[in-house]
Ligand binder design. Structure first.
Ligand code: GAP
Length: 503
């Protein structure tokens, strides 16, 4: 992960926001290559989700909406995480990410006793960390007896009397943690000249509500009939208590969400499964390997009361298997809430039964930044390569799918001081540039130029060499990033290759 973060900075994919001022926790900037890669992810999703489907339309709604939207949706009352403060260090933790265990020791005469508590922040190995902390606690206090295995619980499960005894992860001492309290994650702002309560508005914490609030507008434009989806890509904002794992959980991020409206009597579980499968196939189409993807079905007892089922597509990140894409069956909850709060019915007329009803919805919701991180993690490799002289070196390569790679082809004249090579390379470069993101490089030895392109994930390099100029056919050397194999191609073959793999 450290190497990947270093590459992201060095090659201009991702920078810390406001870096010259020391950075700003939970916010990131995308550099020249990052902006290109992110745009490609968005464009692929939009093409496949909206343009290539007859049953989905796209919209773009405002980031700041009427505050009543967030009251009706339940976000004002309930969009919160449980927050715990350490009164000494002033650190803040999400209670469900802060784990503890009693330290239980059984004496020689068989009496088991709780002698203290240990804590650890959620990690790949939370139970292991708690166990080591318990062993160290026993050693330091020189307590005789047999230590029981730890039982990890998070702070939301702690009794009030236990909280006073659980050590703060910041100080290692008990007595400074507060009881968990609900912390609303919506960013507030004021709209207009007044800054009193009447002007409070929110930056949207999800794009989804835009689709619900505009549901009737889209239906009334007459282009859709059930089942159909409304999709949107846009920024969302959440005041996360613990932004972490690079761009995985940030405070400003981008979502691609789609609300798929179905008949109230439709077989929702079938449609739900179809969308889960669609999302998995789409992730593979942009290069994520099957081996890194899995499903997590939320247990029924943990679902919101209106939810019928939620399945997350999980991705194996270097810091653990984590949620990438959530696909939720939300019933008619959102449209009903907005109908009740606005007084405007959100119904559809059923020609067959001659009755009006509120459609139900299946919602696939994913973060662009999480996909960005997943493709970097899956594509990043450091590998030993041997050149034709037998020298071995390490190359860093980013195996990005041609669909999303920020640069599709690098055009390289073999020598920069040979006018004829440069002229042919420039002509090809200009022609490719009309359709694709391409890169022209005439500096350094050819091997070095290949390595630079490997590092940023460019699928192909074309070299204009003396055979291009001197032999018939006007062919170039085409070098493949992954196999490092080279072959000769014509301009037409190069365009055909791009056409086949890029879209
Ligand atoms: N409308 C439903 C909704 O917003 P969510 O599970 O809260 O559901 C959907 O968010 C997706 O948005 C997540 O699966 C994740 O990919 C992305 N996401 C959520 N919070 C994020 C954050 N703080 N940083 C980056 N991506 C986030």
């Amino acid at each position: 992960m450290d190497n990947l973060v270093a590459l992201a900075k060095r090659r201009g994919f991702i920078f810390q926001s406001s870096e010259i001022y020391g950075g700003f926790n939970g916010f990131f900037d995308y550099g020249p290559l990052g902006a290109e890669l992110k745009k490609n992810i968005r464009d692929c999703w939009w093409a496949d989700m909206v343009q290539r489907r007859d049953d989905v339309v796209g919209i773009e709604t405002s980031i700041i909406m009427h505050p009543k939207v967030w009251e009706a949706s339940g976000h004002v009352a309930g969009f919160s995480d449980p927050l715990v403060d350490c009164k000494v260090s002033k650190q803040r933790y999400r209670a469900d990410q802060l784990f503890f265990s009693p330290v239980v020791i059984t004496s020689a005469d068989g009496v088991a006793q709780t002698v203290g508590y240990v804590s650890a922040l959620e990690s790949e190995n939370t139970a292991g960390e708690l166990q080591s902390a318990a062993e160290s606690f026993k050693r330091k206090k020189a307590i005789q007896g047999t230590l029981s295995p730890v039982v990890a619980k998070d702070l939301t499960e702690a009794r009030e009397d236990e909280i006073a005894l659980i050590p703060s992860p910041a100080t290692g001492e008990p007595g400074s943690l507060t009881a968990p309290r609900a912390f609303n994650m919506m960013f507030q702002t004021n709209v207009g000249a007044m800054t009193d309560g009447s002007s409070v508005a929110y930056l949207r914490p999800e794009t989804a509500q835009g689709m619900f609030v505009d549901f009737k507008n889209v239906v009334d434009t007459g282009r859709v009939k059930l089942p159909f989806g409304i999709a949107q890509i846009g920024k969302s904002f959440r005041n996360e208590i613990t932004p972490r794992n690079f761009i995985f959980r940030s405070r400003e991020f981008e979502q691609m969400e789609m609300e798929y409206f179905i008949h109230e009597d439709a077989d929702w579980s079938k449609v739900h499964e179809e969308w889960i499968a669609w999302c998995e196939a789409w992730l593979k189409s942009i290069g994520l390997p099957d081996s890194h993807l899995s499903r997590y079905a939320h247990p029924k007892e943990k679902l919101a009361f209106y939810s019928r089922g939620t399945v997350d597509i999980m991705f194996k990140y270097p810091f653990g298997v984590q949620e990438l894409w959530g696909i939720a069956a939300r019933g008619s909850y959102d449209l009903t809430q907005h109908a009740n709060a606005s007084g405007k019915p959100q119904e559809i007329f059923d020609e067959a039964t001659k009755k009006k009803f509120v459609p139900h919805v299946i919602e696939p919701a994913v973060g662009v930044d999480r996909i960005f991180l997943a493709v970097l993690c899956a594509g990043y490799a450091e590998e030993a390569v041997t050149d034709e002289k037998g020298n071995t070196e390490t190359r860093t390569v980013l195996r990005l799918s041609p669909r999303i790679a920020p640069v599709k082809v690098a055009v390289l004249p073999l020598l920069k001081n040979k006018e004829v090579l440069v002229a042919r390379a420039q002509a090809l470069y200009k022609k490719l540039q009309r359709r694709y993101a391409v890169f022209y490089d005439e500096t350094a030895a050819i091997g070095r130029r290949y390595r630079r392109q490997d590092e940023i994930g460019t699928p192909w390099c074309v070299t204009i060499d003396f055979d291009t100029i001197e032999k018939p056919g006007d062919t170039f050397t085409l070098r493949d990033r992954d196999t490092m194999q080279q072959r000769r191609v014509t301009e037409a073959e190069l365009f055909a290759l791009l056409e086949e793999h890029v879209y």
